[in-house]
Design a protein around this ligand. Sequence first.
Ligand code: PLP
Length: 430
Amino acid sequence: MSEPVKSPALSSEARQEARAPQGGATLDVEAVRRDFPALALAPYGKPLVYLDSAASAQKPEVVIETEARCYREFYANVHRGVHYLSAKATVAYEDARRKTARFIGARNPNEIIFVRGTTEGINLVASSYGRRHVGAGDEVLITTMEHHSNIVPWQLLCEEKGATLKVAPINDRGEVELDELEKLMGQRTRLFATVHVSNALGTINPVREMIALAHARGIPVLLDGAQAVPHMPVDVAELDCEFYVFSGHKAFGPSGIGALYGKLELLQEMPPYQGGGEMIRTVSFEKTEYADPPARFEAGTPNIAGAIALGTTVDYLEAIGMDAVWAHEENLLGYGTALLENQPGLRLIGTAREKVGVLSFVMDGVHPHDIGTILDREGIAVRTGHHCAQPVMDRFGVPATVRASLALYNIREELDQLAAALAKVRELFA
Ligand code: PLP
């Protein structure tokens, strides 16, 4: 299984032409790679080729170190203590909120609620905003390309309220057609919730246009930014969306921490999501008064070290520059697409004109799980399955795909290795 296999032929001109970086932003990828200790691992004695960042990304040393240092040097519960350590942890935790706000363009740190991740953020909005604003006969609008976490919370809400979930279709490239979307925005649409970037297809949705269409009808918009924030600059105030959610772990930060952005005037009128400590102003058995946002939505002891390390993560990304990250990945995507398109019997699922570095594919006669297992023995980590987006698989008539997902630390040589390993898979199944 380990004899060398030639990379499928791609002329050097074709490689060069594979989308050159745009703009002046550049990224020193070798320096970036040195920041990520996991990239030096060698599963089965083969250098790790990590192409599964869409599932969860690797962490730079500085983030790992911040989390460890927090537990070693300034850990205590936040907001509650009068003592030195509690004050220090609280300052670091609130600093992280400010940094997160700055990173995604929120103008006010109180518009950032720390949550476990994208899933919790969407559930929070569905339970709090949704329960208050969606009633019997109303509609919630999503798209076919949503992750299950942007489907099921709305289904639960619609079931509870007697509302209807409407779903905008996607075309064969994996794009939402705006005129189809517009037709589904009606008098009873109470919210439009869409993925910013699809995890299964890589499609970047035209969210500016989508938001404009929704706002023209007075419909608020939630964007699931789980796959956007790690790859491109995001400015929620400029986008003017009502809600934006992302997960730390996909953006090179810790797991168990993420952020929900909400426009302050909406957060202020929303009821609590969970009850408990921290989210109250006063409690008596007769009546409890709730704290203002963000505390109103952060009941209980939060992921203190995780939030602080998320602050370090966004510092790290800002120092590199999200424009540079975007340009690097766009270049890689062009290169990888050209390589895979050249493979006999391979079909890319998701060929939108605007994409991030997600290469989702199926191969004639080979189950995606078999491909994943063979790639694994070559040291190549990819994701196989439905990627928590079963309606996308149904739309394309496949049970599963292999997904190679790119991030700021990937290099062309890794894509060459992927292509070579796929050639080996083909030989094995010929
Ligand atoms: N939305 C998208 C587009 C995703 O890719 C994911 C994770 O794969 C999620 C939501 C859920 O994120 P988490 O599991 O971090 O809550």
